[in-house]
Design a protein around this ligand. Structure first.
Ligand SMILES: O=C(O)CCC(=O)C(=O)O
Length: 410
């Protein structure tokens, strides 16, 4: 596509220009002045001065603000300013280069994804970054590759089942009930209203994801160049655990298909807001229309994509959840909220929803009451989903390379 028309296409996603222009106001006067210079460049196709340095200095300032203090305390206006500056940087990168090579579009996509992941949606331009990223991602498939890009070997190496499986077989507990596509009424009366877990079969056979996603070349084509957050380490409660941003392509190459020494897990990430093309492959299960609160908001939808042996340690969440298995097998152990004291929740506020006890290696001396806890066991195969009621403890292990989607709702 011709260079200027590419820029015009991106500018056409702006719904409210004033909102973008004013989004850095009130944060820092000097930074706002620099941003205004950059913004004027974006809107004037004849202005050829490169403003890459200036817009990067704006983003650097905002990035430092985003990383000061706890994430939940970052003012929303700083995150919105980061969104606007990420958009401006994308336009400026494209204006500064003579041709749009594969590498330039990759750089733009990275800028947009950083804006989506660290920024916050603007009021009147809520989808501007997502729309630009979807558009550029499609362009990328039509643009010849940079020389440095390697071809990824996408054949999945078959591994023997995780060692966790034997321990699971030996673990005492009852098996979670299973029903094939129960009516909403049955599900409500026997499980949802009583807050009892249930495995549901044959409810998502119509999802395109079931046939499309096991072929990772499809995921690479749709989203390979998108930047995503990856959890590195054995599990999130481990002291060596950290989060890293990387392209989906690098995640698939190094952690999903590769033989990396450490586990990488694309976990609890709303991949579907970020990449709406993937959202088209799944549907919200109708069971999510039941509510404890007379509420009919959209559920929070998260992706859990990783190699065999990812572990989500024993924890609970505040909402109803259906965890849908797209490919691979997961094994889950659940405990009722009434067993909480037998599971020894961490004392720190940050981990108070996570148990200290590991159900596979319980330390009977340290956690003597764990023996009183009643386990519920479930093996989740592709096409099945598990209803996990709010506050129910769950420990999840992937036995194979696996992709699950969770729907959390009130
Ligand atoms: O699949 C996993 O690893 C964990 C899923 C989970 O904890 C959830 O859906 O709440």
């Amino acid at each position: 596509m011709e260079h200027n028309s590419l820029i015009n296409n991106l500018l056409s996603f702006v719904e409210d220009e004033d909102e973008l222009r004013d989004s850095v106001k009130g944060i820092n006067e000097c930074v706002n002045k620099t941003f205004q210079v950059c913004w004027n460049t974006c809107n004037n196709l004849n202005e050829k001065t490169s403003r890459v340095f200036e817009i990067e200095s704006v983003l650097d300032y905002l990035y430092d603000e985003l990383n000061t203090g706890h994430w939940s305390e970052v003012p929303l206006k700083v995150r919105k300013a980061f969104t606007a500056a990420s958009f401006a940087k994308t336009i400026i990168i494209l204006k500064t280069t003579m041709t749009c090579t594969h590498c330039i579009i990759e750089e733009c996509l990275k800028t947009l994804d950083m804006g989506i992941l660290l920024g916050a949606p603007l009021e009147n331009n809520s989808d501007v970054l997502t729309n630009c990223a979807t558009f550029l991602s499609k362009q990328l498939n039509n643009t010849p590759n940079c020389e440095s890009t390697q071809k990824i070997e996408t054949t999945m190496k078959v591994k023997s089942r995780s060692q966790y499986f034997d321990n699971f077989e030996n673990l005492k507990g009852v098996t979670v009930d299973t029903l094939s596509c129960p009516s909403l009424e049955t599900f409500n009366n026997k499980y949802f209203s009583k807050k009892v877990p249930l495995k549901l079969q044959d409810c998502v056979s119509h999802w395109p994801a079931l046939t499309k996603w096991p072929d990772v070349t499809y995921l690479l084509k749709i989203a390979g160049d998108r930047t995503v957050p990856v959890e590195i380490g054995s599990h999130y409660a481990d002291e060596n655990w950290r989060q890293k941003l990387m392209t989906l392509k690098d995640f698939i190459k190094n952690y999903f298909l590769g033989e990396s020494d450490s586990i990488g897990y694309l976990a609890q990430h709303n991949l579907f807001n970020q990449i709406p093309e993937l959202r088209e492959d799944i549907y919200v299960p109708e069971y999510c229309s039941l509510s404890d609160m007379d509420e009919d908001g959209e559920p929070d939808v998260n992706a859990w994509f990783g190699p065999a042996n990812t572990v989500s340690p024993l924890h609970h969440d505040p909402k109803n959840n259906v965890l849908v298995q797209v490919f691979g097998t997961k094994q889950l152990i659940l405990y009722a909220p009434s067993d909480s004291s037998y599971l020894y929740p961490h004392e720190s506020n940050l981990l108070s929803n996570t148990a200290q006890v590991d159900p596979f290696k319980p330390d009977a001396e340290k956690y003597p009451n764990f023996a009183k806890a009643n386990a519920y066991k479930c093996i989740l195969e592709p096409g099945e989903m598990l209803y996990i009621p709010p506050k129910w403890w769950h420990h999840v292990t992937a036995l194979d390379k696996s992709f699950s989607v969770s729907f959390w709702w009130n």
